[in-house]
Design a protein around this ligand. Structure first.
Ligand SMILES: [Zn+2]
Length: 113
């Protein structure tokens, strides 16, 4: 089963030239960008095999183990209905991001009160 497990890709698209830079929603790193490429805008366009000229932004860290773990935590935080569990998993996420030792990754701000 794990053979077919796919890590969610951090990939954003925009109309060519519209967006200067983007940050990864998971780790906060500035994304790498490829300008004006013929590609799919998203899952639906890919299934319809409909391409367009787009700027494509991807996270430079998304191939790393720590980033995969961070993505899974972010998804789990999104999915859990429990605020307490979400807060705990957010602590784990901070550990992963801080532990990565990569400069430029930012831990999203949390409100404790
Ligand atoms: Zn990232």
């Amino acid at each position: 089963m794990s053979e077919f497990e796919m890590t969610r890709t951090i990939r954003y698209t925009s109309e060519p030239g519209k967006v200067d830079s983007m940050r990864c929603e998971v780790c906060g790193a500035v994304c790498q960008v490829r300008r004006d490429v013929e590609t799919y805008s998203g899952m639906i366009a890919a299934m319809a095999k409909k391409t367009s000229r787009l700027d494509v932004f991807t996270c430079p860290h998304q191939e790393t183990d720590w980033h995969n773990l961070a993505v899974r935590l972010v998804d789990a935080i999104d999915e859990t209905p429990s605020r307490r569990l979400a807060a705990l998993m957010h602590l784990d996420l901070e550990d992963v991001l801080i532990g990565s030792g990569v400069e430029g990754v930012s831990v999203q701000e949390r409100r404790d009160e």
